[in-house]
Design a protein around this ligand. Structure first.
Ligand SMILES: [Zn+2]
Length: 325
């Protein structure tokens, strides 16, 4: 549908409204209001369709398991300029990045998400010839079933003291402050690698209790390895945090760009520094059991913004952002 259609309708409808206004002067206010409502309802889908035909929205894949990433990409034609793009799925707002006439965002649903179809709302402010239009669409993401086992963990009273609210809050604050910034281009290339070779002792999303108390689902994977085993960067990126935290112990955070982060926890030694650019396979630390850990292992998390995703999904097939529209 061409954009001139709603414009011509608008002229006809406005003249019609003014005719009614002149003829029906006593009830003109009411008539005018009703006509405007009808007019808006008739014209809005046309504007939406007209803008929609100029925006190509794709979501890949549309069927995921809890914690698996997907990419939303929007390509605009030369006729429209995108001023703002917003999306939301289950309360999470994916962050968009721009490459020329292409916008994209990485997103995921958490491990707590039950099986079902979930709306992904996308809204845009677009401009053409100086005129700004609001546009919106809804797509659906199918989240398939995934069984997560439950694990009961016991730690010493001394370790458990670290889980006090202030220690946990301190760690969360440090991590969130570090991950408040991200590069606007993807640093990662190809699939991610496992930072350490070893047995996965606790998988992603495992439901947990610690000393009998309910705990958050496991936000990453635990890989058992002897203390001191080198830990590699899972992909290229910039180090955002490299320090000793309270419940996480020795921690490194790497920004892979576009709101994708990897977090390495319980390290006995840290060989990376904040601001350093590391390449896939570079040694950034050593396996340990610092913080709240039951033994020597690496806890590895991959996050999109605030959403913990399944690290093995990035090892099997990391989402690749194509900047060619
Ligand atoms: Zn863990």
């Amino acid at each position: 549908m061409k954009f001139h259609v709603p414009r011509s309708r608008r002229r006809v409808n406005c003249e019609h409204i003014m005719d009614v206004y002149r003829r029906e002067a006593p009830n003109a206010g009411l008539l005018l209001a009703l006509t405007c409502i009808c007019y808006w309802h008739s014209i809005y889908p046309c504007i939406n369709d007209a803008v929609g035909s100029e925006l190509r929205v794709t979501v890949e894949p549309t069927i995921v398991k809890p914690g698996e990433p997907f990419i939303i990409s929007i390509v605009t034609t030369a006729h429209y300029e995108v001023h703002q793009l917003r999306a939301s799925i289950r309360g999470y707002r994916p962050k968009f990045f721009q490459y020329g006439n292409m916008w994209f965002a990485l997103a995921a649903v958490s491990s707590k998400t039950p099986q079902g179809h979930y709306p992904l709302y996308i809204k845009a402010s677009v401009a053409r010839d100086g005129e700004v239009h609001q546009w919106g669409t809804v797509m659906y993401i199918t989240v398939s079933h995934r069984h997560f086992p439950t694990k009961h963990i016991r730690v010493s009273a001394r370790k458990f003291r670290y889980t006090r609210r202030d220690a946990t809050l301190y760690d969360r604050k440090r991590l969130n402050a570090a991950m408040a910034t991200t590069a606007s281009k993807p640093f990662w290339e190809g699939n991610f690698i496992l930072p350490v070779r070893g047995k996965i002792t606790t998988g992603f999303g495992v439901r947990r209790t610690v000393n009998g108390r309910p705990w958050n689902p496991h936000a990453g994977i635990d890989i058992a390895a002897p203390a001191g085993t080198p830990v590699a960067a899972a992909n290229h990126g910039k180090v955002l945090l490299a320090e000793m935290l309270r419940t996480h112990g020795g921690t490194v955070v790497i920004d892979h760009g576009c709101n994708v982060f990897t977090i390495y926890i319980h390290l006995s030694a840290i060989y990376a520094s904040v601001g350093q650019f590391v390449h896939k396979g570079d040694i950034i630390g050593a396996v340990g059991s610092t913080g709240l850990a039951t033994g020597a292992h690496l806890h590895w998390t991959v996050r999109i913004g605030s959403i913990a995703t399944d690290p093995l999904a990035w090892v099997r097939r990391a989402p690749q952002i194509s900047t060619h529209s």
